[in-house]
Design a binder for this molecule. Structure first.
Ligand SMILES: [Zn+2]
Length: 113
């Protein structure tokens, strides 16, 4: 028989830094915790004064994908960008799309007479 661990073993873990969320709710299929954002940063060679300078540029692309409805969204990120920035950009773009649709419907329905 395996020795039993003490039942009083730590239930409350010490909290580290508050982490920014990386998993979000989907506005397309309306489910919680299905949207993941992956940050793909890259290194770059930059031209400066006609010289090629190797520089680590931590910008790249934030890739958002819903594991439920598979909606995708790419957003360019800077070195200060976080997953939540990609998500909010996606929310903004969805809003913009909605508005555009509304406007299109409005213009098509108001024609005639
Ligand atoms: Zn979805």
């Amino acid at each position: 028989m395996a020795p039993r661990k003490a039942t009083t073993a730590g239930i409350c873990k010490p909290r580290k830094k508050a982490r920014l969320p990386k998993i979000f709710s989907c506005l397309v299929c309306d489910r919680n915790d299905v949207v993941r954002v992956e940050m793909r940063r890259k290194k770059k060679t930059v031209m400066k004064d006609g010289k090629r300078t190797k520089k680590t540029v931590r910008e790249g692309v934030g890739k958002l994908q819903c594991s439920s409805c598979h909606v995708k969204f790419d957003y360019p990120i800077g070195h200060l960008s976080a997953e939540v920035d990609v998500y909010s950009a996606w929310v903004d773009s969805l809003e913009a799309q909605k508005e555009a649709k509304k406007a299109a419907v409005a213009t098509s329905t108001t024609t005639g007479n």
